[in-house]
Write a protein that binds this ligand. Sequence first.
Ligand SMILES: CCCCCCCC(=O)SCCNC(=O)CCNC(=O)[C@H](O)C(C)(C)COP(=O)(O)OP(=O)(O)OC[C@H]1O[C@@H](n2cnc3c(N)ncnc32)[C@H](O)[C@@H]1OP(=O)(O)O
Length: 184
Amino acid sequence: MTRSTLTTPPPGAEPPKTHPDGPSAGGSLGSHFSRCFGCGDDHPTGLHIAAVTPDGASVEAAFTVGESHQGAPGLAHGGVLASAMDEVIGMSIWLLRKPYVTARLETDYLLPVPVGTTLHLRAWCTGIAGRKAYLEAEGRVGAPGGPVAVRAAALFIEVDMTHFAEHGDLAALQAEHQDYEVNP
Ligand SMILES: CCCCCCCC(=O)SCCNC(=O)CCNC(=O)[C@H](O)C(C)(C)COP(=O)(O)OP(=O)(O)OC[C@H]1O[C@@H](n2cnc3c(N)ncnc32)[C@H](O)[C@@H]1OP(=O)(O)O
């Protein structure tokens, strides 16, 4: 992975501490918002990514590239693959049960991904430094041990719920998740 210094944990970064209320090993994560492009069940053209955590610290998901995900004929669009990586990375940081947003996403495309391919996605956190979380993800072709087609590294920044109240639609989030409080 050609990861930049901006997505590399600095010296002194701490390992992530998963929240006791997060899913335990083998548990599923669920969607954070039903109309999310990445994970929402009700999104008509979304990726519908559903993840589980094998160990309470990382997440895994399978994503099958469909007709609506093409860039070149018969091949996945790079932006769609980046969205899938962003989604599983976002799911992995939600194991900490703190709201984070993507600040930077770096993606390496190693193999073309034909329509019909199932990508096995995995994401995990490599360190926390203050409000900054450093994360990585990979997408493997056909099987969890298959060849790596996509790799990503990301910097997520912790925000408070006022971020969503000021810039988005907090009420829509809270309608689905009672635990999303502005002033917890
Ligand atoms: C609970 C609900 C879950 C929902 C999850 C949904 C997640 C998403 O959809 S994310 C969507 C895409 N992302 C966004 O929209 C984020 C847009 N960006 C922002 O809102 C802001 O730029 C934000 C919050 C990331 C940072 O702003 P702000 O809080 O003012 O912090 P700021 O002081 O600028 O930066 C904090 C630190 O991060 C660093 N930083 C911020 N952005 C970057 C970046 N792109 N690259 C590198 N470093 C960065 C800053 O340099 C600073 O570092 P230091 O503390 O060492 O000086």
